[in-house]
Design a protein around this ligand. Structure first.
Ligand SMILES: *[C@@H]1O[C@H](CO)[C@@H](O)[C@H](O)[C@H]1NC(C)=O
Ligand SMILES: *[C@@H]1O[C@H](CO)[C@@H](O)[C@H](O)[C@H]1NC(C)=O
Length: 358
């Protein structure tokens, strides 16, 4: 009881009027505080040494705080029937396992704090049912993969998504691009290597985008002005003409620096004159046929290599002057080569390698 008395005094002092607190009851789990004066059922169980979610939770609770405990796993029925819950905090628990459907009944939940845990990945069903979710805080976990379906339940409602300080090499960008209410997207301190063109362009409400300290070499234009406040420092940016747009977005405290090309290495992007952010038109450096001559019915491989900044994309024009499509008879390799599986008389004529970049 001595432990309970201390928080009692603190609560009284805060309100200045002595808040009555219900004694431990079937509706208030042992060691938790359930202030009776709260307008709606509130369960305060933070920092109470819990090893698991207490089974005797008031299923009508509106707020449940379980932060700073030792809850390593959340099961399918731990939060069952808690359809009035609006705020759930599970921060800093060492949480590793989240059963599929663990939050399936939390239809009213608006804020879910799962930061400071050890979640290794998010699968499709783990966040199922969270149809009202506005704030999802997953910072400081060990996330290395997120399934494209993981965010489906709250794609229309989520406003604040924090995935910072994880190990994410990629994101399900199509799922993110579907978040029509998203205002804050926090992705700093991950391992992201690319942001696809247009991924954030479709987010009408986006106000803040933090991509600090990832592995991005390039960044597609984000819409604006005004556009979202963007932070992308601490990335190994390749500063060429494709980053002119970022150089032109005037924002105080811009911290983006260039990693390449060599003459710009280490310089603040904002301090590089626009005319030094250059690209180089493509040049075909080699094109050859293997074997050099072929008889009807034999395979033929046409190789092509090109340089440019950014690296050019390669394609082929056939003897008819049309772009060669990848198919069963003619296959286009990712290295820019063209393979004719079976050369026929129809292939007679010139093939042209075309290199194109920004
Ligand atoms: C949830 O509600 C169902 C149906 O009322 C009941 O059978 C089940 O025991 C409840 N589960 C919990 C954990 O309260
Ligand atoms: C072309 O198709 C083959 C399979 O037929 C595939 O392996 C290859 O990746 C494709 N190339 C491109 C550039 O899509």
């Amino acid at each position: 009881m001595a432990k309970l008395l201390v928080p009692l005094v603190v609560l009284g002092a805060v309100s200045g009027a002595g808040v009555p607190v219900s004694p431990p009851s079937p509706r208030c789990p042992p060691r938790c505080l359930c202030p009776a004066a709260a307008p709606s059922p509130t369960l305060l169980c933070a920092r109470t040494g819990l090893l698991a979610v207490p089974p005797s939770l008031d299923r009508g609770a509106v707020e449940l705080r379980l932060a700073d405990n030792f809850i390593g796993a959340v099961g399918r029925s731990d939060f069952a029937n808690m359809s009035s819950l609006v705020h759930l905090t599970l921060s800093r628990n060492g949480l590793r396992r989240l059963a599929p459907g663990a939050f399936a009944d939390l239809r009213a939940l608006r804020a879910l704090h799962l930061d400071g845990n050890r979640l290794p990945a998010l699968s499709g069903p783990q966040l199922r049912g969270l149809a009202s979710l506005r704030h999802l805080i997953l910072a400081n976990n060990q996330l290395a993969a997120i399934d494209a379906a993981a965010f489906a339940a709250f794609a229309a409602t989520v406003e604040d998504l924090d995935l910072s300080h994880n190990n994410l090499p990629a994101l399900p960008w199509d799922a993110v691009a579907a978040m029509g209410s998203l205002a804050t997207l926090t992705l700093d301190h991950n391992l992201l290597e690319r942001v696809p063109a247009g991924a954030v362009a479709r987010l009408p409400r986006l106000a803040r985008l933090d991509l600090t300290a990832n592995r991005l070499r390039a960044l597609p234009p984000v819409p604006g002005p005004p556009g979202p406040a963007l932070a992308a420092g601490g990335n190994p940016l390749h500063c060429n003409c494709e980053l002119l747009w970022l150089r032109r977005v005037a924002q105080a405290g811009r911290l983006e620096t260039c990693a390449t090309p060599a003459p710009l290495a280490g310089r603040l992007l904002g301090a590089v004159p626009e005319e030094e952010l250059t690209c180089r038109a493509p040049a075909v450096t080699a094109a050859a046929a293997h074997p050099p001559s072929v008889t009807e019915g034999q395979p033929l491989r046409l190789g092509c290599a090109a340089v440019g900044d950014p690296p050019p994309a390669l394609h082929w024009l056939g003897p008819d002057g049309r772009v060669v499509q990848n198919g069963s008879r003619r296959s286009v390799g990712s290295d820019g080569s063209l393979e004719l599986r079976v050369a026929t008389l129809r292939d007679h004529g010139g093939f042209t390698c075309v290199a194109a970049n920004a």
